[in-house]
Design a protein around this ligand. Structure first.
Ligand code: NAD
Length: 498
């Protein structure tokens, strides 16, 4: 029986361009369904056309002189105001969190966290105002030079479905703080709560500074990335689409930041502290958001002397987890976001089984009928798989984790680094020097110590990957100045600074 309160009626979201909510050309929409209950309509999002892209980019371009002409302090005041306003209306926060849970699938506790913490990222970017204001001045020799930076213009911000608001928070406030105007394109399969949130933000800024397009990437993606007035593309998503975006941007020599996939290794050392809290952190590092997180543990390497202990501890945590509708308070893990992702994950599990791996599907399923209908997958552990299997080599982006033993540090590092990806990693040990030494040898843009993933993320640290995990960094000070270009202003010595 459906124990949820049943007051959810489908909502409709529109575009936001040039300071107003607007329908898409031809008033087109598409439907979004609940991944836990695929026949339940959650709402309709506007289906933008290439002409809508033009309108949004042109509005953004027109707004650029005004916005870029403001001082960092003025922009910081507006960003802090947005942060305040995003959490002021508790009813609205609850509504957007619930909507987000129903369109995405992830549990309500997580959507509440994502919705309510977005403002923190605006405050973080605003806090760099003084540092951004200060130009570097060099003198001596034949020249005096001011090294300053200037915003780039219209930035296209492209967001995936898995953590749409957190990822937005890693690029939108930074782009604005740097002085750019933006056109944001959320993912087709998580568009409703992001649209309502973006409309709130955009309404607090001058018209055209933030514009929103939802719709089909096939129809509007290339038009947006290849638009001649778009001066920067900040993309988060898969490697294949990132490669394509880079090619499209190359046409106009538009610079890109690409935050792409990962296959994060976690190394559990011989002396790791393995208590209940550590296993819970390990579980969250791998299975939060049903494992659909770029910076999740995707390969777990355990020192052979601790292997059985880790298997036992992690299996016990996974077995406690309740899989079901994310709106229900007892649920710990919701469905995958869509049927395609469910198939990717299930194919990897099937391949591991057929190859003879020891596969253990854990967790509790109170409603088998719901489980069979929605895009669910129990938290799954694969013990000692053949390391050439897809579950080890590829990004699973779902709730399944391979656990492999290793003999010594060299082997653990070699295996961790033997990947086309280089996003994040983690080291679990009681020895601080050993932790830092291993971290320095890992090919990754971020290494967590005794934890892994969003709950352990320091937003002041630049975030991004090596190898096919991407180009550039979001978050931190670097996450702001990527949206600017350097500009040197120079005279002969003794003139500029006299
Ligand atoms: P995706 O690549 O399918 O889509 C990402 C975004 O790109 C969506 O908004 C999509 O509509 C848009 N898009 C698709 N084609 C486009 C085109 N031609 N032009 C412009 N935009 C286009 O990714 P996804 O399935 O939404 O997300 C999952 C992937 O994202 C995983 O690989 C995951 O690792 C990765 N990811 C990376 C990070 C990171 O920070 N490194 C964070 C989250 C997710």
């Amino acid at each position: 029986m459906d124990k949820r309160t049943n007051n959810d009626t489908p909502i409709t979201t529109e575009l936001y361009i040039d300071g107003e909510i607007r329908p898409a050309e031809g008033e087109r929409h598409y439907n979004l369904y609940n991944p836990a209950r695929p026949d339940e309509l959650v709402g309709h999002a506007a289906l933008a056309s290439p002409k809508d892209v033009d309108t949004a980019v042109e509005a953004s371009h027109r707004a650029f002189p005004l916005w870029s002409g403001k001082s960092y302090t003025e922009r910081a005041v507006m960003l802090n105001h947005i942060a305040d306003q995003l959490v002021v209306d508790k009813e609205d926060l609850a509504f957007r969190s619930r909507l987000f849970c129903r369109e995405h699938g992830k549990i309500l506790k997580e959507t509440m966290l994502e919705v309510s913490r977005l403002g923190d990222r605006f405050r973080q970017a605003a806090a760099y105002a003084d540092r951004l204001e200060a130009d570097e001045k060099v003198s001596g020799g034949p020249f005096d030079t001011i090294i300053t930076r200037q915003p780039r213009g219209v930035a296209a911000l492209i967001v995936p479905w898995n953590w749409p608001l957190s990822i937005l928070g890693a690029k939108l406030p930074q782009a604005l703080m740097a002085g750019n105007t933006v056109v944001v394109k959320p993912s087709h399969s998580s568009a409703l709560a992001p649209s309502l949130t973006l409309q709130k933000i955009a309404a607090l800024l001058p018209p055209g500074v933030v514009n929103l397009l939802t719709g089909s990437a096939d129809e509007i993606g290339d038009v947006l990335v290849g638009h001649s007035a778009v001066r920067y593309v900040n993309f988060t998503g898969s490697v294949d689409v990132g490669r394509h975006v880079m090619k499209m941007a190359a046409e106009n020599i538009t610079p890109v930041t690409l935050e792409l996939g990962g296959n994060d290794a976690a190394i559990v050392c011989e002396d790791a502290k393995l208590d209940d809290a550590a296993f819970m952190r390990m579980y969250l590092g791998a299975f939060m958001s049903t494992g659909q997180i770029c910076m999740a543990i995707k390969r777990l390497y355990v020192h052979h002397t601790r292997y059985d202990e880790v298997v036992k501890g992690l299996t016990a945590v996974c077995d406690r987890m309740v899989v079901g509708d994310g709106l229900l308070p007892e649920t710990n893990m919701g469905p995958l976001n869509n049927a395609k992702q469910q198939k990717v994950v299930r194919d990897m599990i099937d391949q591991a089984r057929v190859a003879g791996s020891d596969v253990r599907e854990c967790g509790q399923v109170p409603d088998e009928e719901l489980y069979a209908k929605g895009y669910f997958q129990r938290p799954t552990l694969v013990y000692r798989p053949d390391e050439e299997l897809d579950i080890v080599r590829k990004e699973q982006f779902g709730p399944v984790l391979p656990i492999m033993p290793y003999e010594n540090d060299q082997e653990a590092l070699a295996k961790a680094n033997d990947s086309n990806f280089g996003l994040c990693s983690s080291v679990w040990t009681e020895d601080r020097d050993h932790a830092v030494s291993l971290a320095r040898q890992l090919e990754a843009g971020y290494t967590y110590l005794n934890a892994h993933g969003p709950t352990a993320q320091d937003g002041r640290g630049p975030f991004g990957g090596f190898k096919q995990s991407g180009i550039g960094r979001n978050l931190g000070y670097e996450g702001v100045i990527q949206f600017q270009g350097y500009h040197s202003i120079s005279s002969s010595s003794g003139w500029l600074f006299s």
